[in-house]
Design a protein around this ligand. Sequence first.
Ligand code: IPM
Ligand code: MG
Length: 369
Amino acid sequence: MTQNYTLTILPGDGIGHEAMTEVRKVIAWLEDSRGLSFTLHEDDIGGAAYDKYGQPLADETLEKCKASDAVIMGSVGGPQWDDVDYNLRPEAGLLRLRKEMGLYANLRPALVFDALIDASTLKPEIVRGLDILIVRELTGGVYFGEPRGIEDLGNGQRRGINTQVYETYEIERVGRVAFELARKRGNKVHSCEKANVMEAGKLWREDMTALHASEYSDVQLEHMYADNCAMQLLRNPSQFDVIVTDNLFGDILSDEASMLTGSLGMLPSASLGDKGKPGLYEPVHGSAPDIAGQGKANPLATILSFAMALRYSLNLNDEADLIEQGVQDVLVSGQRTPDIMADNCTPLSTSQMGDALITILNHNMKKVA
Ligand code: IPM
Ligand code: MG
């Protein structure tokens, strides 16, 4: 009997919807051409969920996600929810999903596609062949630390409070993910914190050092202050293989790293918890409300996120390879959505890009057959 995979699909807000339509084409292709079988549950998250359920992630949606093999998300947020209460904002739905699914390791590859090298604002010789993987801690640190809030000091002044806090087990488990992944890549990990000013950073450094000595001494480990890392990413990005860092620094450094590639519309991400638990897969880009519904969005980051789901949650490495190769080939063929348009290339809409990928996937299958 063929195995059936259960996916929860959360298009979210903005361009999430049109990108997900193209992911569905790829899923249908896998069913037709690779004999796989998927059960899809679609639901809302973010602003769409707030409008429908009165909260950005409904309990029933969360339960569906936990019961799936993987969750594929589009993007959340938009100006129409700017005035919504903090804990009901679209972003809060995503944060709750990460936390409740126990997704403590966020993998954000920054890969420069050869065909897009001119899209980077950095010189080609600096970014050619770049392949960095940022492993961001995702369920701790200042994003979730207590106490937090805004206090009225009663003298016309207020105090905003957030707490940076990490415990050893949180540092070790994300550290393990980084070291394990490094072993399958360039075997090098940069661990980034601010041990020079923060106790939580000092602990981070000490725990990474101890973990490295006891379990991963075959992997090269470098410690780097997060501000220096931000600078080094621009100065000499090819020194990096895997970067492991906390939630807030990871948020910032991964945005920076994504721009090295010049193509935010191309970058996927995976959020993973303990082995055997479902992962969450989403593009690094946001909901882009300014272009939503116009067929201008690049669906490839969401499609590549789906490919990561095949690799990390469903153990379908051959299928993940096929999709990633297909994306490379579409780019080489010069077919482009507006965000990656270049001279002498063919402009495509969102849905045309999905179709172009399917054509190439079919073509590549014939080649190997
Ligand atoms: C990201 C985003 C989120 C974050 C927002 C939308 C809550 O910036 O995934 O990087 O800060 O983690
Ligand atoms: Mg971010």
